[in-house]
Design a protein around this ligand. Structure first.
Ligand code: CP
Ligand code: NVA
Length: 309
């Protein structure tokens, strides 16, 4: 499998085989890391991280992951670079390509990452946009695969806002054969582009893809319940209004009890306890939720190594 030089901007750009290859590679790298035998395959390579939005997991897991692979990283925050404002994105991309071997970007408009990639001569990784969060979903699939020892045939139900995480989950699950149901209020569905991609991919993988507005019905038979915040970064002014709209979509013990007895609950974090998920549910599933957070690092090591090595 040769992914060298490719960008990692959306899961919709990848085949099922490529995603499964990256997941297996991530598992291998995780094992090597745990056993202290990780080969520094990115020795002397440099990663630049650009953030127009805040981050805990993405920044730290990329920085430490790159260090574990023998390379180095440099983080630029919004106040330092002001992506697309201080100078054009195309100029920034051409400058940074002269210094770095890979660039990760977290920003608002998805098209800004695409624009950057068009002008960058080094691989560009999407560290979250308003549309998608592909690195998160690679960590999620890795976590599910480790836990259930399989992906195919499982049922994942995402309860909440049809946001960037939901869009990428649709694509990632459908490609890898995980049945995926999005349970959201009417008018808060995932983007049509991701839904129709998932429907197409599901024809090949055998996965079921559906939207079920009733969360109680949706979680019936679920092996995985997944949720995320009701107001994403950039939607802070809508937070109060959204609390009202989404209140019947809370992942609480009553909802979890309606799923399969072997159900796990995942959350990409940060979580707003007592909003989209209760404190008790997070604490009950804390082991797997923090494994999921750790897996960001292993999944991203595989992505960086595959694109850059
Ligand atoms: N899940 C995730 O992307 O976390 P951060 O926003 O903290 O990076
Ligand atoms: N949907 C959330 C994900 C955070 C990791 C956001 O965009 O803020």
């Amino acid at each position: 499998m040769n992914l060298k030089g490719k960008d990692f901007i959306s899961l919709t750009d990848f085949s099922a085989d490529e995603i499964l290859y990256l997941l297996n590679y991530a598992q291998e790298l995780k094992e090597q890391t745990k056993n202290g035998v990780l080969t520094p395959v990115l020795k002397d390579k440099n990663l630049i991280l650009i953030f127009s939005k805040p981050s805990l997991r993405t920044r730290v897991s990329f920085e430490i992951g790159m260090k574990q692979l023998g390379g180095s990283s440099l983080t630029l925050k919004q106040d330092e670079i002001n992506l697309g404002v201080r100078e054009t994105i195309s100029d920034t991309a051409r400058v940074l390509s002269r210094y770095a071997d890979c660039v990760m970007i977290r920003t608002f408009a998805h098209k800004d990452v695409e624009e950057f990639a068009k002008y960058s001569s080094v691989p560009v990784i999407n560290g979250l946009t308003d549309d998608s969060h592909p690195c998160q979903i690679m960590a999620d699939l890795l976590t599910i695969k480790e836990h259930f020892k399989t992906l195919k045939g499982l049922k994942l139900v995402y309860v909440g806002d049809g946001n960037n995480v939901a869009n990428s989950l649709l694509a990632g699950c459908a490609l890898t054969g995980v049945d995926v149901t999005i349970s959201c209020p009417e008018g808060y569905e995932p983007m049509e582009k991701y839904f129709s991609f998932a429907k197409e991919a599901a024809k090949k993988s055998g996965a079921k893809v559906e939207i079920e507005h009733n969360p109680q019905k949706a979680v019936s038979g679920a092996n995985i319940i997944y949720t995320d915040v009701w107001a994403s970064m950039g939607q802070e002014t809508q937070a109060d209004e959204r609390k009202e709209i989404f209140k019947s979509y809370q992942v609480n013990e009553e909802l979890v009890a309606k799923a399969q007895s072997n159900v796990i609950v995942l959350h990409c974090l940060p979580a707003h306890r007592e909003e989209e998920i209760t404190h008790n549910v997070i604490e009950k599933f804390a082991d797997i939720i923090f494994e999921q957070a750790e897996n960001r690092m292993h999944a991203q090591k595989a992505i960086m190594a595959a694109l850059v090595k």
